[in-house]
Each structure stands twice: as structure tokens, then as C-alpha cells.
Design a protein around this ligand. Structure first.
Ligand SMILES: [Zn+2]
Length: 300
């Protein structure tokens, strides 16, 4: 396979086929395996050796409860031709839909890794590792948390940066940011942050409620003006917004020195200047189901 063919194969992984539900399993397994490859670790590992780390990645960056299906990508990525499994013939001979249980994968010492041809291509071409990682990240995670995902799997994209160009360029509405910031009068809708440097708002961002990567449209009703901090914690699911009254609900998992943030729990966001820009319930519902780290804290 040429580097282009490999890149294309990773672009084509079958993930978004259940409508707009998030399925970050395969992307996270791929990124995790790329990270271990970049560190020169052994090319193949038993499920039992990697499930802990994969589960933690899913807990952090996937929808609530996705740790329970951490064995899915380990099994299903083989169908995409990007993963090779080793283990007892009676397990490997199962049809792709007959996913073994977590217990079966452990007990039978099933191991997996990139197929040798792809493994060799990566080893001979470290820039290709970065390129595949970048493409998988761009396709499945919003920009605000890509670095967090990279940090979590221990990958750096530096080598590919030297090549120039912008593979991340996508067809987005270039006016989305301005439309959303104007709708919220250039203020963070959580804390009111509106700092400017000369005329330039700083650390103020237009966030998608339903991620662009999940088909969320570039319209005001799917946007929120958020400062960098609140954008990040919103995309990580530390809080969500109730469609009925736009009240912020924080996650029970947000702990530590978070009093400042938690003081917004139970308060309404600062609403946009026109009712026609109000966040649409379907997008808020998506965020609650696919991003928010349940359970929410009690109402008060
Ligand atoms: Zn803020």
C-alpha cells in the first residue's frame, strides 16, 4: 500500500453509520495504537493489556457509558482491514457481527495490532503516522479538544507540520463565528467574559452545541459564544444546558477546585439578543446524550 492508500483507508473507517450518534471507539483505538507505535512499543498487544487504557480514553472523550463497549473497536476494526487479530481459530472464525465478549477476548488471549504491511509503512515513514493521526482527529473531534486527545494517547503531530498545507481545511461556514458572537453580543454566555485587545475579542469562541464532526450545522441555533475555558469544559461534557429553560447542569464527575465553575450550576446562560437565535432543543439534547458526563448534579 502507498502512503496515500493507507491515509485513505483510515479516512474510510466505518464509524458514523448510526446517524449522528457518536462512535469514537475506532478513532480512539487507532490513535492509541499510533501513540504506542510512535513510542516504539511492541506492535501487537493482548486485549487485556490495552483495555484499561482504551476504556479510560472512552470515558474521557466518548459518550457516557462507552467504556462498556471498549471491546467493539478491537474486534470490528479488523473488518476495515486496518487491524489484525490473533487468537484461537474458533474465536477468529466468527462472523464480524458476532462480537466476542470482553471475558472471551481476555480468556482467549486475543491480541491485535495494525497489519504488518501498515505497521512497516508507519515505521518507515513517521510523517505518515502524524498525517493519519491528524486526519482521524479532524474527522472525529472538535478543535478545542484535539490536543487533549493527543496528550492522552501520547502523540505529537510535529513531523507532518513541517510539510505545510492545511489538511484540516474543511467546508465550514466562515461566517459561523461572527454570526454566533454577534448573537451573544460578544460575551461568553456562561460568565459574561468580553475582554478585548483593541477591537479584537480575545479568548472568545463560537462553539458548536452539536459538533460539526457529528453533522451539527453552522447556524446560530447550534452555536454558543463561550470563553476558551467554558468552551473546553462544555466540549468535554462537564456541563450541559437544559432545553426547557437554558439552565446549566453540571456533572457529578466535575470535582476538585471547581467552585467558580460550579457557581453557575442551576443558573441560566445569558441568552442571545434575539429569541430566533436561542439554542434549538434537538442540538442541546444531542449534547446531553453524546457529550455530557452523566449523572448531573442535583437541582437546587
Ligand atoms: Zn466564560
Amino acid at each position: 500500500m502507498t502512503p496515500d492508500e493507507i491515509l485513505k483507508a483510515f479516512d474510510n473507517i466505518r464509524v458514523w453509520q448510526r446517524g449522528d450518534r457518536r462512535a469514537p471507539h475506532k478513532p480512539l483505538l487507532i490513535l492509541m495504537a499510533l501513540g504506542s507505535l510512535a513510542r516504539g512499543e511492541k506492535p501487537r498487544a493482548e486485549f487485556a493489556e490495552v483495555e484499561g487504557k482504551l476504556g479510560r480514553l472512552l470515558e474521557e472523550f466518548g459518550p457516557s457509558g462507552s467504556n462498556a463497549t471498549r471491546h467493539f473497536p478491537f474486534w470490528h476494526l479488523a473488518t476495515d482491514g486496518l487491524w489484525q487479530l490473533d487468537g484461537p481459530a474458533e474465536i477468529l472464525a466468527r462472523p464480524p457481527g458476532a462480537t466476542p465478549t470482553i471475558g472471551e477476548l481476555r480468556a482467549n488471549h486475543v491480541s491485535g495490532g495494525f497489519p504488518p504491511e501498515i505497521q512497516t509503512a508507519f515505521q518507515n515513514n513517521p510523517a505518515l503516522v502524524a498525517e493519519v493521526a491528524r486526519s482521524v482527529l479532524d474527522a472525529h473531534f472538535p478543535e478545542s479538544i484535539r490536543q487533549d486527545v493527543l496528550d492522552a494517547v501520547g502523540l505529537s503531530l510535529e513531523p507532518a507540520d513541517a510539510g505545510g498545507g492545511d489538511p484540516a481545511a474543511r467546508r465550514r461556514d466562515p461566517t459561523f463565528r461572527e454570526k454566533v458572537l454577534l448573537a451573544y453580543e460578544y460575551r461568553c454566555c456562561v460568565c459574561g467574559h468580553d475582554m478585548r485587545l483593541k477591537h479584537q475579542p480575545i479568548a472568545l469562541e463560537a462553539a458548536h452545541i452539536k459538533w460539526f464532526q457529528a453533522g451539527g450545522p453552522d447556524v446560530e441555533q447550534n452555536g454558543l459564544a463561550l470563553c476558551s475555558l467554558h468552551h473546553k469544559v462544555f466540549d468535554l461534557g462537564a456541563f450541559t444546558i437544559r432545553p426547557a429553560d437554558y439552565v446549566m447542569v453540571f456533572s457529578q464527575h466535575l470535582v476538585g477546585n471547581a467552585e467558580k465553575l460550579l457557581s453557575y450550576h442551576g443558573a441560566s446562560i445569558q441568552l442571545p439578543q434575539s429569541a430566533s437565535y436561542l439554542p434549538r432543543a434537538e442540538f442541546l439534547d444531542w449534547h446531553e446524550n453524546q457529550v455530557f458526563k452523566r449523572p448531573g448534579r442535583d437541582a437546587h
